[in-house]
Design a protein around this ligand. Structure first.
Ligand SMILES: [Zn+2]
Ligand SMILES: [Zn+2]
Length: 432
């Protein structure tokens, strides 16, 4: 069955960028959703049902099926979004998503809306929210009890991580390439080695939203920064989401995360969370892919012997074509033009490097699409673990962070005081 085109219309991300920035009025503080201030509008007209085909993968652990989710989705419980939760879930079904995470600004009330509406559809909805802090924005996933979230986010991402983790949830750094009004630190700084490494101030971050439909412009710069982290032996999984606020201005599920679940695993939410934590997923707005190295898939670590051959298996299905680029470390080792809409497969051998490295894939678009990234697919890496084996994914523990990055609590408090003084002065000016 032919799949519908993924690119029906260009959008205007500028307005939403402003709206999102305005949503964070002061450092570390997202005002809880102005519930009821924005009347919910049904998703109308609903698009025709789509069917997305993903490829299952066979690994050393057996057969895995592929499912997809969008992890950054707003409902009318956000002051800057339009649709009721049940409407968004129906839209998710139409665009063939298996799951979404509801991430309203400072609110998890959308989950109660779904309960009240008696939602019993096929799409799994996880409870989360979007919160702000000195780190910019983060989406937190699987946090049914939001008590303490606001205070923790205002304090630090470490404190936020503790609250979220106590419920089995995850912290995802949202659109990190964007300055948020009222913040004092370049959000890109949270993607630095010293921030994210073990013992670093951002070690509570479980994944990075490297691809965001609305804030798509810095994606390549973010990707380069993330690869530089991998080069230094630090792996934080990447995800891609839409930051959906309203239909059809935003297209739910473009991009989406495709994650792999063992055949016996029937709990979609549990598999989703463990896949993100491991990096067992890729991000796409059209094509499907599988990549294994010595029968290990994305996010897994392969113990290697320097110079030994490694079998790399690739498969792809790209409705719009494009070029699959296979990377070992930061080098492209092979480029494969993909046939339009036909299943493609290739097996090749690469030599295991002398030190830790990684294998990953991108698909470059056949032709540029306005308001889109130059790539249509990004994978998490398969990690190549050279001796000494079993090195930490977050790098060695080098003790507390020193040097100019040092977002010490004192720095943040000082910055906060500066901001409070600035706001007071502004109010005074306005009053005159
Ligand atoms: Zn945001
Ligand atoms: Zn958002």
């Amino acid at each position: 069955m032919p799949r519908p085109s993924r690119f029906p219309s260009p959008r205007s991300p500028g307005l939403l960028a402003v709206a999102c920035a305005l949503g964070l009025a002061a450092l570390g503080v997202l005002v809880p959703a102005l519930v009821g201030a924005w009347p919910a509008r049904p998703v109308d007209p609903l698009p025709a049902p789509q069917r997305w085909e993903f490829l299952p993968v066979r690994t050393h652990l057996g057969e895995h099926r592929a499912l997809s989710f969008d992890g950054h989705v707003h409902t009318a419980r956000s002051h800057d979004a339009d649709h009721p939760a049940a409407g968004v879930l129906e839209l998710a079904r139409r665009v063939d998503l298996d799951a979404i995470v509801l991430t309203d600004h400072g609110s998890s009330l959308a989950a109660q809306d779904l309960d009240r509406a008696g939602y019993a559809g096929p799409v799994t909805a996880l409870v989360g929210e979007e919160v702000g802090g000195s780190f910019g924005h983060a989406v937190i996933w699987n946090v049914p009890d939001r008590r303490g979230v606001f205070e923790a986010a205002s304090e630090s991402i470490e404190a936020l991580g503790a609250v979220v983790r106590s419920q089995g949830g995850l912290v995802v750094l949202a659109h990190p390439g964007w300055w948020i009004d009222g913040n004092f630190y370049d959000p890109m700084r949270w993607m630095e080695y010293d921030a994210l490494r073990r013992g670093g101030i951002g070690q509570a971050i479980d994944a990075i939203e490297i691809w965001n439909q609305v804030y798509y412009q810095p994606s390549r710069r973010l990707l380069d920064a993330w690869v530089a982290l991998l080069d230094r032996g630090l792996f934080v999984p990447i995800v891609g989401n839409t930051d959906f606020h309203r239909h059809p201005e935003h297209e739910l599920g473009l991009p989406r995360n495709v994650f792999f679940c063992p055949a016996a695993e029937s709990d979609v939410a549990a598999c989703l969370l463990s896949s993100v934590q491991a990096g067992r997923l890729y991000i796409t707005d059209g094509p499907a892919v599988t990549l294994t190295v010595a029968q290990h898939t994305l996010g897994e670590s392969v113990p290697t012997v320097p110079g030994a051959p490694l079998v790399v298996s690739l498969a792809a299905l790209a409705p719009e074509g494009g070029t699959l680029e296979l990377y070992v470390g930061h080098d492209i080792v092979q480029r494969f033009p993909l046939p339009l809409g036909e299943r493609w497969e290739r097996t090749l051998t690469v030599e295991a490097p002398a030190s830790d490295s990684f294998v990953r894939a991108e698909i470059a678009r056949a032709t540029p699409v306005p308001h889109r990234t130059p790539f249509s697919l990004l994978t998490n890496p398969v990690l190549l673990d050279a001796p000494p084996w079993a090195t930490s994914r977050r790098g060695p523990d080098e003790g507390p962070v020193r040097g100019p990055l040092g977002f010490s609590r004192r720095d943040i408090e000082r910055a906060r005081e500066r901001e409070a003084r600035r706001q007071a002065a502004q109010q005074l000016r306005r009053a005159r």
